[in-house]
Design a protein around this ligand. Structure first.
Ligand code: AP5
Ligand code: MG
Length: 211
């Protein structure tokens, strides 16, 4: 199953992806996660993208497409994958069509007010990338990841100004993908506002899986 998770920043794409990996048995590919790992490693890619990400802007299409193309050539994704955060522009979607098929696109439907509450409280593990929330999903021990013991921190792009910018960028550059994939008959709309357990049920329902 080759799936795309499409939605605004903070819609819960990464959080559901972790559950969907267990349900479907295919890996999650998060372009944001790959970029954050590169920033942490201070690799040439990380040095190139850090300022862009912190400002809430998109990394250029050429760099992003090359990275995903290389990742999708690996053995572990031949049976399927969940693309979390890619494509994010029409040129990215067109490029993807040239090197992979897509079965379904899950459109995370959530108002800006919901996004702001989620991003305002997000906490992330620096080591394994797991998403926590200061109110909805706290780590058992403050500041420490339940899963790997890593440090739990606030992402640099979760500052108020970068959140606003990411929402603007989403509307201008990513939201047009909703129409693009709807026209191709691949889009499945999913209510992304409820709490995570209910979202898992919504996801199974839109996918036609047993609940
Ligand atoms: P990326 O990492 O993809 O960030 P994003 O799209 O802005 O999305 P987020 O990760 O912020 O949100 P999410 O939907 O995953 O929500 P989450 O599950 O964390 O990209 C970062 C940057 O990388 C971009 O800005 C760009 O610079 C660059 N980049 C990445 N891909 C690119 C591309 N294709 N092209 C160009 N540049 C690219 O949830 C948010 C919070 O809410 C968490 O705290 C979570 O615990 C909580 N939460 C989640 N679900 C629920 C729920 N159901 N109920 C209550 N709380 C919930
Ligand atoms: Mg994410």
């Amino acid at each position: 199953m080759k799936l795309i998770f499409l939605g605004p920043p903070g819609a819960g794409k990464g959080t559901l992806a972790v559950k969907a990996v267990e349900i479907l048995g295919v890996p999650q590919i998060s372009t944001g996660g790959i970029f954050r790992a590169a920033v942490a490693a201070q690799s040439p890619l990380g040095i190139k993208v850090k300022e862009i990400m912190d400002a809430g802007k998109l990394v250029d299409d050429e760099t992003t497409i090359a990275l995903v193309k290389e990742r999708l050539a690996m053995d572990d994704v031949q049976k399927g994958y969940i693309l979390d955060g890619f494509p994010r522009t029409i040129p990215q979607a067109q490029a993807l069509a040239g090197f992979s098929t897509v079965d379904k696109v899950i459109n995370f439907d959530i108002p800006d007010s919901g996004v702001l509450v989620r991003l305002g409280g997000r906490r992330v593990c620096r080591k394994c990338g797991f998403n926590f929330h200061a109110v909805f999903n706290k780590p058992k021990q403050e500041g420490i990841c339940d899963h790997c013991g890593g440090e739990v921190y606030i992402r640099d792009d979760d500052q108020a100004s970068a959140i606003q910018k990411r929402l603007e960028v989403y509307r201008a550059q990513t939201a047009p993908l909703i129409g693009y994939y709807r026209e191709k008959g691949l889009l499945l709309d999913m209510d992304a506002s409820p709490m995570i357990d209910e979202i898992v049920i919504n996801f199974k329902k839109v996918m036609g899986l047993a609940v």
